[in-house]
Design a protein around this ligand. Structure first.
Ligand SMILES: Cc1cc2nc3c(=O)[nH]c(=O)nc-3n(C[C@H](O)[C@H](O)[C@H](O)COP(=O)(O)OP(=O)(O)OC[C@H]3O[C@@H](n4cnc5c(N)ncnc54)[C@H](O)[C@@H]3O)c2cc1C
Length: 285
C-alpha cells in the first residue's frame, strides 16, 4: 500500500522544526524505519511530516560535563562506530551494533527508536542500565526526563504534543566497570525477544555496583532491581549469577506474541540475564 497524502517539510533549524510541530497535526520523521511502514499500512496517517534530517543541532555526538550527549538523529551505525561512544559508553555502542541489519542501522536514529518505544527495541535495556536522561524540546522550551520516566508503556512515551527528543544524555562509564548486552534475536526482524544489559563493578572481590536493564520481556524496558539486589555483595560466582538471574521475571507481566509465549520469554530472560551478568563480570578490567 502507499501512504495517504501528506505535506512534507524539511527545516534547516531546530526552531523552525519546533515551530512547524507546534502548529497542528504534524509528526516528526527521522530515519523512517518505523514510521514509514506504519504509514504504508495506513496505521498512521499524519497530515504533515517534519523531517529532522537537515537539522545540524540534532546530529552531534559530544562530551560535556561528565556525559556524552547524543543528538536525536544520530543513527545506530554512528553510535556503534563512534570512537567517543565506544570509549566512554561502550554498553550503548554494543547495544546499537545489535540492532536490526545494516540498512536499519544506517537509517534508524536513537531519537526515533526511543520515541517509537517498541517493547522489543534494543536501546531501553542499556539506557536504563546507564541511567540515561532524555533532553526534550518544544517551541515552549526544554525539559529533561530520566529514561524510566520517558518510557511510559508499549509505544507510549512522556512526550507531549509538539515535543521532540533533542538528545540522549549518557553518563561517562566509570573505569573498572564490566558491561555486556545479550540479546535473543527474533531472526526475521532482528528485534529482541528478550535483551539484558549489565554494568558491574567489584571492590574487594565482591560485587559493589550493578545495574541491569531488560527489554523485550514486558510492555516497556525496566531495571531489574531484584536481580541487582541479589547479586550485589556476592563474589559473582556462577551460582550467584544464576540465583540472581532466576528472579528477573518475578512479578513481571510478560509479553506474549507470535514470536514467543510469555512462559518462553520468562525463561529466556533468565538465560540472557545470566549471560549478560557473566560476560560483564568477565570484562571487569
Ligand atoms: C526491518 C527492521 C528491523 C528492525 N530491527 C530492530 C532491532 O533489532 N532493534 C531495534 O531496537 N529496532 C529495530 N528496528 C527499529 C529501528 O531501530 C528504527 O530505527 C526505530 O524504531 C525508529 O527510528 P527511526 O529513526 O527510523 O524513526 P522514524 O521511523 O522516523 O520515527 C518513529 C517514531 O518516532 C517519532 N520520532 C522520530 N524521531 C523523533 C524525535 N527526535 N522526537 C520525537 N519523536 C520522534 C516519529 O514521529 C515516529 O512516531 C527495526 C526496524 C526495521 C524496519
Amino acid at each position: 500500500m502507499i501512504p495517504q497524502n501528506f505535506e512534507y517539510s524539511a527545516p534547516n533549524t531546530l526552531s523552525e522544526a519546533l515551530a512547524l510541530l507546534s502548529s497542528g497535526n504534524a509528526k516528526v520523521l527521522a530515519g523512517g524505519m518505523s514510521l514509514i511502514p506504519l504509514m504504508k499500512l495506513r496505521l498512521a496517517a499524519p497530515e504533515h511530516l517534519v523531517d529532522l534530517g537537515r537539522v545540524p543541532d540534532l546530529k552531534a555526538i559530544r562530551e560535556e560535563g561528565g556525559s556524552v550527549r547524543i543528538g536525536a538523529t544520530v543513527t545506530h551505525y554512528e553510535i556503534e562506530s563512534s570512537p567517543l561512544i565506544r570509549a566512554k559508553c561502550p554498553l550503548l555502542a554494543e547495544a546499537a551494533s545489535n540492532i536490526g541489519d545494516v540498512q536499519v542501522r544506517n537509517m534508524g536514529t536513537i531519537g526515533g527508536s526511543i520515541a517509537h518505544a517498541d517493547p522489543a527495541a534494543d536501546y531501553p535495556a542499556s539506557l536504563l542500565a546507564l541511567e540515561a536522561q532524555v533532553r526534550i524540546a518544544s517551541a515552549k522550551g526544554e525539559r529533561t526526563a530520566r529514561i524510566e520516566e520517558f518510557l511510559v508503556d508499549a509505544l507510549s512515551t512522556a512526550l507531549e504534543p509538539g515535543e521532540i527528543v533533542r538528545e540522549v544524555i549518557v553518563p561517562i562509564e566509570t573505569a573498572g566497570t564490566g558491561v555486556s548486552y545479550q540479546k535473543m534475536v527474533q531472526p526475521a526482524s532482528g528485534f529482541a525477544i528478550v535483551g539484558a544489559a549489565v554494568r558491574v563493578r567489584k571492590s574487594g572481590g565482591k560485587v559493589a555496583f550493578v545495574r541491569v536493564g531488560i527489554t523485550g520481556l514486558a510492555a516497556k524496558g525496566f531495571r531489574a532491581a531484584a536481580v541487582e539486589k541479589l547479586i550485589e555483595g556476592t563474589a559473582g560466582s556462577a551460582a550467584d549469577v544464576q540465583k540472581a538471574a532466576n528472579v528477573v521475571a518475578d512479578g513481571v507481566d510478560a509479553n506474549s506474541d507470535l514470536s514467543a509465549s510469555a512462559a518462553y520469554r520468562r525463561q529466556m530472560a533468565k538465560v540472557y540475564t545470566a549471560r549478560a551478568l557473566t560476560q560483564a563480570l568477565a570484562r571487569i578490567s
